[in-house]
Structures are given as C-alpha cells and as structure tokens.
Design a protein around this ligand. Structure first.
Ligand code: HEC
Length: 681
C-alpha cells in the first residue's frame, strides 16, 4: 500500500468507530497503556538538540527508546476522528498527510483538554531542518504539526507546557506513537503545579521589588540586563549563597541576621565590581580589547562601563536591600504573563541550533531569499542559515584580526550591513557574490589604547521603517559609536567618513551613555539616536547640528528604536518596561505604554507595516510582545526556551515571519539558536 493511502486508511475509517467517551477515562487509559508498553532504555545515550536543557518545561531525563522494529510506524497519524474538533477540521482540510502529527494536550487533574499549551518537538542534530518546532494547542487541546521529517527521527522528543503546569506523560519525552491504541491520538498530559519557580522567566523575580525613590529598580535593570538576563540562574545562585551564610553564636538569630546584612551589602558591592572587568571579557575571541590585555585599574574603571561609579553604588545597595531572599520557589499565582497570548493553532516557532560557543546576537531575513543571516560577535563571523534545511554557512570578515560582528541589517537588494565592535570596522557583505567591503570608522580624538575608550565600538546603523539599511538624503549611512558617544557617517560610494558629537549628560563618561539605536526619518532629513543613560535626540542630516532632545528619567533606558511610516518613533524603555511613542515633528513623547511585565527589559522594537503593529523584543521575559498602536493593547507570544534573550526582531517583508536569535553572554550560558516565527494570524 502506498504511504499516502495507508495514512488515509488509518484516518478515515476510524472516525466512525471511535467515540471520544469520557475524556478523563481516555486519559487514564492512555497512561496505563503507555506505561504497559514502556521499554527500558537501550545502550547508548540519546542525542538532544543544543539548548534542550534550557527548554521551559523540561521533561524527565530517563530516556526511553523505541523498539527498532516499530520505527517505521512512527509516521503514522493516529486520530480520534469522532471528536467534534477533528470533525470540524475534516471539513476544512483533507486530513493528515505524511509529515503531519496531530495530538492533544490534557490536564490530568481535571481530565479537560488544555488550550494555548506550547508543544515543542526537538530533533536530533542529524535531522535536516529546524532543531525544534513549536506549535500551540487550540481550545480543545488539539495541536497539529505539519511538514515534519518523515519518518520522524527516532530520538525526537516532545515537551508540552503552559505556565503553571508540568508535563507528566510522556514522562520520557518520547511520543511512542506505536503504542497509541488504534483510533486514538497521542496525548500529552500536564499537571497543574503549585510552584512555578522552574518555568518562569528572570523578570518574574523582579516583580516584587520596589521601584525605589531614585529609580533604582530601573537603573538596575538597565545596567544589569545588557549582557545576561537579570536575575539569571547564576545570579539567583549567587544570591542564594548570600542567604545561606551562617555564623555568629549558634542559635543567635539576631547575630546571624546582622551578619547576613553585612554579607548582602558586601557581596552585591563585590559582584557589581566583578561586572566591571566583564565589560572586557565579553569582547570577541582574539580581541585586542580583552581582560588579559589591559591593566587592572583600567579593568575596574567605571568610565569604561555601561554604568557609572555612582550607579554601581546605587545598584549594590538596592540589591542588598531588595533582592528576593528566596528564588527557589514561587507560588503559582505570583507570576502571570499580564496579557492574553497572541498565538493561534497556526502559530509555528522554528528554532535552529547554533554551536554552543557561538554568540549570534542578532538574526534577520534576507529579502527575497530563503536565507537568514546572523552576526556571531564572539567567533568573528556572520552566518547564513537556510530555513528549509537548517544548513549554515559561516563567513569571516575579510580582515586580519578580530572584528566582532555585532549588528546586522539587510538592505533592499539583499546585502547585509554589519557593524563590528572591534578595530572600528563597518562592512557590507554581498550575499550572492559572498564578498566583503570593509570601512574603518575611527574618530581622530580616540587615544591609542586597547582599552574601551581607545575603540570606536561601531554599534547600530541607520534603519528605515522596515528595519532595512537607510541612507540619508545625501547618501550617508549613520552609525552610533559606543566608545566615543558619537554618531559617525559613511558615504559608501566615496568611503568618506565623519564624526559628530551627541548629547552629553553630566557625570557620565562617553561609554556610560551607552549610545545605541539609530533611525532615519522617512524624508531622510533627520537622524535619531538613543542613549541608554541619556536621551533620545535628533540631528539634522544636512547641517549635522543637534536638534531635538527628549529627556528620560534615569534608568528608563531608551534602546533600539523603530519608526513607522506616519512619523511616529517607537522607543523601547529597557529599564522601565515601557514603550514611548514619540511624535517626530514635535519631538515630544505623546504616550508611554506599560508592557504587561515591567521587568521584561524591552531591548528593541520593530514596526510591522503590513500588520500595523509594533513587535517588542525582550531580553528578560522569554516572550515577544505585539503592541497594537490603535488600542495600546498588547498580546504575548511565549518562546519555547528559558533564557530566550532577544536583542532584535527582523521582519521578513515577504511573508511576515519574525526572525530573531537568542544572544546570552557569556556564550553558552543560555540557548544558542536562531528563531523564526510564523505568527499564525
Ligand atoms: C558587560 C556584561 C555584563 C554586565 C553589564 C553585567 N554582567 Fe553580570 N555577568 C557577566 C558575565 C559574563 C557573567 C558570567 C560570570 C563569569 O564569567 O564568571 C556574569 C555573571 C553574574 C553573576 C553571577 C556571578 C557568579 O560568579 O556566579 C552575578 C551575580 C551578576 N553577573 C550580577 C550582575 C549585576 C548585579 C549586574 C549589574 C550591575 C551585571 N551582572 C551586569 C556579564 C555582565
């Protein structure tokens, strides 16, 4: 029998013979059936995809393997056709095809189906295509994958989750399709849990912390979430060690509490100090700017950091007094997404594993190609990812020495523009010819040292409302320079470069300002920039004079902006978890919108012209937000992984897909993956 007709045979006749029955009974029957058929693990370990350990809803690790003889059956689709939801599906589509997988998520406690559960299939690294695919269940708990590899890889695992639940069946993460009774569909059973500490994002731990009289909370988020999530698992571990100190006379609670207070203050002061040299440790491999190449006074000099000495003191004190004493448990009601989910049964998230030692900060779509492009700041390369096969090709800039590709932006002809944090390099990569063109952007006022201030640190480049590279009316590309708090211009046709001062805030060194994003107005006459510890400002592209200055409270942290095509500048406020809407004509903030989770640390926003919405890339909450400018309402797309640190969202202008990557410092501390999302709207 041909494969397709076998599938049809399985699909259609069973609809009439199998009823849904009592759902709880079905669930219980499935569990005992699955248990009865469990086979012990065979020799040798199973392969998982990179980053699997970071999945939100880990499944137990006692891996089972499927009997080899039954493997061929894995591509069969087993369906409970009499269920009303499947009947409905039957009317609109032709039933399952090879590569389809339909199943159901159930709440084992109530016996009810669970909607809006996230279901992730993870494939072994030898499987072509994405490393993991995620869909969401519909209101009747039904999830549907299509276009899967066929036959399904033996070592594939399934993980289903929902905030407040954990997976209990299959306990080994294997679907064991061959054991599903004829006429039934595979089920994943979740159980409601009282403690959600293991599945919440970093931001959950910030929600109970006070704002502080001097914006200490915002300053802490802005300063401490630029490299890693805050609090990351390591930060929580560090804090737990503080709380576990004992000492003083045995049983003298008062003495221990006094001692802990000292330890809290000293420990947070110490770690803030420890983070200062980390600003040098995060440079690329082979970088001239690294912790071994500089002297100690330079390494701990706050002027070469993203936060000043005063801010460091403020943060240490704030954390000593307010960091949660316990992050080992969190009651189920203490964290919520804060807004409805914006997913449907058609939402598909594809994740592509990069090597663990890669640090692909950003990934974007190349217009009119099936390729995605990412910048690996750590390994001095950019990557081309084929979305269909999952194949990657890595390209090293045509430069002797370290470059640190940082920000990557497509242009209208599909070439990639790449800024580099080392050696003052900026480049264009011709994607078809695979050729580099590099320019040096080095302001003449920079001292000749290898420390941070000796480097321009070429950062973001000017973009238009689609997130594509934008030149001003005079043909110039604009860049922000973190090392000197300047803007730079490049005429790519002549190679001419120039540098301009930006807004200066008293008490901050050049780097302390952390100048960041850059956009060009639609008439291409005005250039806008943001500074995390400063203002959003504009410059006249013709006169190069500073024009508008929009102040923000300290810690607000304006980061990667986007503009729409109606003259609105959208500004993510990293520290306060808000989006500011700026009227570009008047230079005024006309609205400030609170995000559902104020600890989300919105790193970047992207204007989506087709959908007329703003997408928010968050560093700290493992979700993407979709903001509707008309209503200011937000919806949430949960991401399938913990530590899903996002720095940018690219929009594939052709099909509306969202493109991003997880960029955690240090490399390997979180998942190292590219992400492509079919929104399913
Ligand atoms: C420039 C990047 C950067 C910034 C900014 C940063 N960190 Fe870190 N942080 C790191 C790195 C890298 C590590 C990994 C630890 C290591 O390599 O020892 C880390 C680890 C930590 C740890 C765990 C330490 C340990 O030994 O387990 C704590 C706690 C921490 N950071 C707190 C902070 C705080 C508080 C701030 C804000 C004041 C901050 N970080 C800002 C880079 C940074």
């Amino acid at each position: 029998m041909a494969q397709d007709s076998l599938l049809l045979w399985l699909w259609w006749p069973r609809q009439v013979t199998v009823g849904c029955g009592n759902i709880a009974q079905n669930a219980a029957a499935t569990i005992s059936y699955v248990r009865a058929l469990m086979v012990p693990p065979m020799e040798g370990s199973t392969r998982g995809v990179s980053g699997r350990q970071h999945s939100h809803f880990p499944v137990p690790k006692n891996s089972m393997r499927i009997r080899p003889g039954l493997r061929g059956l894995l591509l069969l689709i087993v369906a409970c056709g009499a269920c009303p939801n499947v009947q409905a599906a039957k009317k609109t589509d032709a039933g399952p095809k090879a590569g389809d997988l339909i199943g159901r998520v159930m709440d084992i406690g109530t016996g009810q189906p669970l909607g809006e559960a996230m279901v992730t299939l993870m494939f072994p690294s030898t499987t072509p295509g994405p490393s993991a695919v995620t869909v969401f269940s519909d209101a009747s708990g039904v999830f549907r994958f299509s276009g899967l590899p066929s036959p399904l890889p033996e070592a594939m695992t399934i993980a289903a989750g929902k905030l407040g639940f954990r997976q209990v069946e299959p306990a080994d993460g294997r679907l064991h399709l061959e054991r599903v009774p004829a006429g039934q569909r595979p089920q994943v059973l979740l159980q409601s849990v009282g403690d959600i500490a293991d599945s919440v994002p970093a931001s959950a731990w910030l929600s109970s912390m006070p704002a502080g009289d001097a914006h200490e909370k915002a300053i802490t988020i802005t300063s401490c979430t630029s490299c890693h999530q805050f609090p990351s698992p390591r930060v929580r571990q560090y804090a737990a060690q503080i709380e576990s100190v004992s000492g003083g006379p045995d049983g003298d609670r008062k003495a221990i509490e006094e001692w802990r207070k000292v330890v809290r203050h000293e420990a947070w002061r110490t770690v803030v100090k420890y983070m200062r040299p980390k600003h040098f440790a995060v440079f690329p491999l082979e970088s001239p700017v690294n912790i071994d190449a500089i002297d100690w006074p330079t390494a701990i000099n706050a002027d070469f950091n993203f936060f000043s000495a005063r801010q460091g003191d403020l943060i240490a004190k704030y954390l000593a007094e307010n960091f949660p004493r316990n992050t080992a448990t969190l009651p189920r009601d203490d964290y919520k997404y804060g807004a409805p989910l914006g997913v449907t049964s058609k939402t598909v998230i594809r994740e592509y594993a990069f090597p663990n030692d890669a640090l692909v900060r950003e990934m974007v779509a190349a217009p009119d190609s099936g390729y995605f492009w990412g910048a690996d700041v750590r390994r001095n390369m950019i990557v081309r990812l084929d979305g269909a096969t999952g194949e990657t090709k890595w390209f090293k800039p045509d430069y002797k020495g370290s470059t640190g590709p940082h920000t990557i932006v497509p242009d209208d002809s599909g070439h990639m523009w790449v800024s580099m944090i080392d050696n003052d390099q900026f480049s264009r990569f011709e994607t078809k010819k695979e050729q580099w063109k590099l320019w040096t952007l080095r302001p003449s006022n920079l001292p000749d040292t290898a420390a941070m201030a000796g480097s321009a640190i070429v950062h973001d480049m000017s973009i238009d409302s689609r997130g594509h590279l934008a030149r001003d009316k005079y043909g110039k590309v604009w860049v922000t320079l973190v090392g000197s708090n300047q803007l730079g211009t490049l005429d790519p046709d002549t190679g001419e470069v120039a540098f301009y001062e930006t807004h200066h805030v008293d008490g901050f060194s050049a780097i302390n300002h952390l100048i960041y994003g850059c956009v060009i107005s639609n008439d291409r006459k005005t250039v806008w920039y943001s500074q995390l510890n400063g203002v959003v400002g504009s410059v006249d592209a013709k006169t190069h004079k500073l024009d508008k200055v929009i102040p923000f409270t300290e810690g607000a942290g304006p980061r990667r902006m986007s503009l729409d095509n109606k003259g609105v500048l959208w500004v993510p406020l990293f520290g306060t978890g808000q989006i500011a809407k700026v009227d570009m004509d008047s230079g005024k903030v006309v609205q400030t919108i609170d995000l559902p989770d104020r600890g989300a640390a919105p790193y970047a926003v992207s204007w989506d012209e087709k959908r007329k919405v703003v997408w928010v890339a968050n560093a700290n909450s493992d979700v993407i937000y979709r903001l509707d400018p008309k209503t200011s309402a937000t919806t949430v797309i949960p991401l399938p992984r913990k530590m899903a640190y996002l720095r940018q969202i690219g929009i594939d202008q052709k099909n509306g897909r969202l493109v991003a990557s997880y960029g955690n410092y240090p490399e390997g501390s979180g998942p190292s993956m590219g992400v492509v999302i079919d929104v399913g709207d």
